[in-house]
Design a binder for this molecule. Structure first.
Ligand code: HEC
Length: 148
């Protein structure tokens, strides 16, 4: 009973958010959504590890691994164009924009993976900043609320 009530509340809240135009959901269970959940986890782990030189020293190897994972996920994102076309409220041509934005995500991730192998904190942090810019660049057009 309580559980049911909760569901009603959350679903009407989601509807409200969509109506307000602040939230855009593609396919809740689609490969893009799944990829984004993983992207978020990997990105958060990198965030934490590059925050300070001390943290980085401990986790440099993990950053390299996570960056490689991010490259794989960026490739899934590039392939998510069909789902991206279902996103509502996008100004302009969704397909063309997706191609550009996803390609930028892939390029910056590949650069990060390359730089991370050298285990230089400042350079890795910089390369990661470029990746994060590509996240928000895409979310701006496809209107996903950024979690960072
Ligand atoms: C090319 C476009 C694009 C790029 C680049 C991109 N995203 Fe997304 N992201 C989306 C879209 C579209 C959604 C909404 C799809 C969905 O979750 O159903 C989304 C959803 C999300 C969500 C919400 C997922 C959830 O659990 O509801 C998070 C978190 C997220 N992205 C994080 C990131 C991070 C972090 C990066 C960069 C490392 C990134 N995204 C890069 C397009 C992109």
């Amino acid at each position: 009973m309580i559980k049911n009530k909760f569901r009603v509340i959350t679903s009407s809240f989601a509807a409200l958010a969509v109506a307000a135009g602040t939230l855009v959901i593609a396919d809740e269970h689609g490969p893009l959504h799944e990829a984004m959940e993983k992207v978020n986890k990997v990105n958060n782990a990198i965030n934490k590890a590059v925050r300070t030189p001390v943290a980085y020293k401990k986790d440099a190897k993990a950053v390299t691994e996570n960056s490689k994972e991010l490259v794989k996920l960026a490739k899934v994102t590039v392939d998510g164009v069909a789902e991206a076309k279902k996103v509502k409220g996008v100004k302009g041509d969704p397909e063309a924009q997706w191609k550009t934005l996803a390609a930028d995500f892939l390029k910056t991730s590949e650069e990060l993976a390359k730089v991370a192998e050298k285990e230089d904190h400042a350079a890795t942090k910089n390369a990661h900043q470029a990746v994060k810019k590509s996240c928000s660049g895409c979310h701006e057009v496809f209107r996903v609320e950024d979690e960072k």
